[in-house]
Write a protein that binds this ligand. Structure first.
Ligand code: SF4
Length: 408
């Protein structure tokens, strides 16, 4: 396997194409005008941190460099490079073929040793790496450094005999890759909890096993195994593997909830077996990445202002976009839009992902009031390019029938 992790030194050569595909004039204008655009009775306020993060910029840059470096080779991508429909469509236009998920990894059946495989910013599982090594193709690894930090943490937990309790989504590529790291050590175990409600089930089990009262009736062993069947390692046994726990998190979760889960699990272990047990059998490490944290902090700052509604732009499967939308929906009506192409300007309608655990896509008519003063906040997930944010802003002003003065 030829393994490339630092690009091909072609950054300058792909820069203009990247700018043409992803930069946005309106967003530059918003930044220059203190993140604010006014026209008539409409004000749009942009969060101060938004859109492409360092990991996404690097992954997309390397994908473009790979295409330039190997114009005649077949290029495959393990899943999506990032979770943004526009970016993925651009890569498809460039002839990059997306491999489908299969079992614990991706289906590499179409790949030949002479081909190139790009690994996404989320990384891939250790089984994927093994398959790629056996194939002997060229591998361009764009795994984000912040994801590698989580892997190291989980690996150390497994080495030291701790089960990794990961706050994340068990089906998300990043969490699947992270969880697989425990397999580097025989007997390594993991369990993934999506939110505090699932963490509560784990904590109840620990406390009940220690003979302590629990706030809810605890799950039986069978119920526990059923509940976490897809979210735990193959031989996970709650009676054996909740004795030593190390907490980590998918980098893009709601930071506030990740921190709370870390504290709560430690407290539950202390209630079950005492403080000494906690200090020896429990570890926690905040592995939310700084880009996720910055975007969440910026949206909280923006939400402190009076706003009539929030628009959050980003893929429906983009975890950090979903976290931003959840934060916004706590305070104002929130519209999570995958792509501004989903906005019907003439009909004042929009397709959104409804926020919440039972999410679904929905078409909403008359989503913007067309008369009266309106203050709209906008932000975007770490995989959303600036031109898509700018397009959403342009749609808002167009629906309102206002024209932004670009000459100021
Ligand atoms: S969201 Fe964080 S972990 Fe994911 S690519 Fe961006 S910087 Fe890296």
């Amino acid at each position: 396997m030829t393994y490339v992790r630092k690009g091909f030194g072609l950054k300058a050569e792909v820069q203009d194409t990247l700018a043409a595909d992803y930069t946005g004039q309106l967003v530059d204008m918003l930044r220059a005008r203190d993140y604010t655009l006014h026209a008539g009775q409409t004000t749009v306020r942009l969060a101060k941190e938004f859109g492409f993060c360092y990991g996404v910029e690097r992954a997309v840059d390397y994908a473009y460099q790979t295409r330039l470096k190997f114009p005649d080779k077949r290029i495959f991508l393990a899943g999506e490079i990032i979770h943004n429909p526009h970016v993925n469509a651009k890569l498809r236009e460039m002839g990059v073929v997306f491999l489908a998920a299969s079992g614990k990894g991706f289906d590499y059946a179409p790949v030949a040793p002479s081909d190139v495989v790009i690994l996404p910013a989320f990384g891939v599982t250790i089984q994927d790496f093994q398959t790629l090594r056996e194939l002997g193709c060229v591998v361009v690894d764009t795994t984000c450094g912040s994801v590698l930090n989580v892997w190291k943490r989980v690996e150390v937990y497994a080495r030291d005999g701790f089960t990794s309790l990961i706050h994340g989504k068990f089906y998300h590529e990043e969490t699947r890759a992270t969880a697989s790291q425990v397999e580097k050590y025989p007997g390594g175990q993991y369990i993934v909890v999506r939110d505090m409600a699932e963490a509560d089930l784990v904590m109840d089990y620990i406390e009940a096993k220690a003979g302590k009262p629990t706030p809810r009736p605890p799950l039986s062993r069978t119920e526990f195994l059923e509940k976490f069947a897809k979210a735990a390692s193959d031989h996970f046994d709650p009676d054996l593997h909740l004795d030593r726990i190390g907490v980590a998190n998918q980098t893009t979760m709601l930071a506030r909830e990740s921190l709370a889960i870390g504290v709560a699990v430690g407290d539950a272990m202390a209630r079950a077996y005492g403080d000494t047990h906690r200090s020896e059998h429990f570890r926690t490490f905040d592995t939310i990445c700084s880009a996720t944290q910055d975007r969440q902090d910026a949206v909280v700052e923006l939400l402190a202002e009076p706003l009539d509604l929030m628009v959050v732009v980003g893929g429906y499967n983009s975890s950090n976009t979903i976290s931003l939308a959840a934060l916004c929906a706590e305070q104002v009506p929130t519209f999570h839009i995958a792509d501004p192409d989903e906005i019907d300007v003439d009909g004042n309608a929009v397709r959104v992902r409804r926020v919440g655990p039972h999410h679904h896509e929905d078409d909403i008519a008359n989503w913007l009031p067309t008369a009266g003063a309106l203050r709209v906040g906008i932000t975007a997930g770490a995989s959303t390019p600036n031109n898509k944010i700018g397009q959403a802003v342009a749609c808002i002003f167009a629906i309102r029938g206002e024209r932004v003065d670009t000459s100021l």
